[in-house]
Write a new protein. Structure first.
Length: 103
């Protein structure tokens, strides 16, 4: 096992003494708090970006589904398709007395 140099241990002790010195402790706590908050805000920003991406994907899927449904409705309401329904269900065009105009 490798032995540590005395200089490294001495440096570590001096660093710990400096960081927990009553004069430097407020700066140490402020820096640590800022670092933790920076990481937390960054992680929340990334999480929000993923959620936004999922929502945009859902919107695209809904838009495509809406276009498909509109196309299906247009096919069902086409004149040839309505004539097929009329023949199938034995329907006739309404007479003039059956048509009511709503102003």
């Amino acid at each position: 096992m490798a032995l540590r140099k005395k200089g490294t241990q001495k440096f570590n002790n001096r660093l710990i003494e400096f960081l927990f010195n009553p004069a430097a402790l407020p700066f140490t706590l402020a820096f640590t708090t800022l670092a933790v908050l920076f990481v937390a805000f960054r992680m929340k920003g990334i999480e929000q970006a993923y959620l936004l991406n999922n929502i945009q994907s859902d919107i695209q899927k809904a838009t495509i589904r809406n276009k498909e449904l509109k196309a299906s409705r247009a096919r069902e309401m086409s004149v040839p398709r309505l004539r097929e329904f009329a023949v199938k269900y034995d329907l006739k065009e309404p007479g003039p007395e059956q048509i009511i105009l709503i102003p």
